[in-house]
Design a protein around this ligand. Sequence first.
Ligand SMILES: NC(=O)c1ccc[n+]([C@@H]2O[C@H](COP(=O)([O-])OP(=O)(O)OC[C@H]3O[C@@H](n4cnc5c(N)ncnc54)[C@H](O)[C@@H]3O)[C@@H](O)[C@H]2O)c1
Length: 370
Amino acid sequence: MTDTPLSVSASSGGYLVHARPGVLDEVGAIVGSLTVGGAVAVVSDLTVRDLYAERVEGSLAGANLRVASLSVDPGERSKSWETAGRVLEWMSEAGIGRDDAVVALGGGVVGDLAGFCAATYMRGLMVAQVPTTLLAQVDSAIGGKTAVDLAGGKNLAGAFWPPAVVVADPECLATLPDTEWRSGLAEVVKSAVLDSDEAVRMLEADAPALAERRSDAVARAVRMAAGHKARVVSDDEREGGSRESLNYGHTLGHAIERVAGYGTVSHGIAVAEGIRFAASLAERLIGSDREWTARQDALLTACGLPRSGCALDPGRVIEAMRADKKSRGGQVRLVLSSAPGMWEVRAVDDATLADAVDAWCRPQEDGRRS
Ligand SMILES: NC(=O)c1ccc[n+]([C@@H]2O[C@H](COP(=O)([O-])OP(=O)(O)OC[C@H]3O[C@@H](n4cnc5c(N)ncnc54)[C@H](O)[C@@H]3O)[C@@H](O)[C@H]2O)c1
């Protein structure tokens, strides 16, 4: 496997994604080579701080950078306007200047929060994303979307603020709790489906090793999926076209999370259900093969993402799908895949949607879905 950094093109001039085992100890050298200021503000959460801050801060200090650090509570609740205000005030008190840098050390919550603060502090400061969850390494840290949540919904206040660099060490994933691991794995499967037959085959071969989090398989999966995201956002930085594909499995996935109640069904299981749903709808709407549906289902199961079997009210699921920010004029739009590496976006008419959601919500006798 190659260790060459992946590259992303962006209006900011582009950046590299260093995705390889052990690269966490090189954060200092990498950030030091990019910043002209002498200080870095490391933003993390309390869990990640205990696990990795010492190594990262040691590496930054070793590159002669003055380190100031702040950790927020773990979890989505920290992705708030209030926490962003606290981080910004702290940066000012810590004497962070316009030539200095922010290091976002953590999962997607820390990446979105610290990225948003970097975008606004002194009208924009360099940010290095150092993702420590699988979801963040293959998805949220790449692409420059930053945000905090408002009372009215997730990610309602945000900015496109591409990182100066992404440093993703797959070895950090060994300490991830199982639910967080699975959340990321659903994104990895999605990436392979959208990417190519080669990526799907690689994941099929690696699935048993991934279920045990074997380091070689984990590193391959991170590179494959991070590479896919890097290519997509290079092609479509502001989500005017191909970036929409990354929503594969998420329209139903988000609806499940919302209707079941956040935290009841994990993000990974919900997205996996969304992928299965989109796969079977693709047979009906774009004539994809039944084998392709079965292959996606088997891959998800082999990766430890079994069918959820949760019973939800079809009407509420449809309502939640219509409320998805990607739907237009109340009409649900779904990303559908006809074959590995092939996808298209389809508006789904009400009758077809009702029929498909109804079938999905009706558990079969063996606990499986139709
Ligand atoms: N910006 C984007 O493009 C984008 C894309 C997808 C998702 N997101 C956002 O990402 C967020 C979800 O991110 P997430 O799934 O990484 O969740 P998260 O950041 O909340 O991390 C999940 C949990 O894992 C812990 N953790 C992190 N790294 C760890 C490690 N190595 N070992 C042990 N524990 C660790 C954290 O403390 C936290 O409790 C959401 O807010 C979502 O909106 C953003």
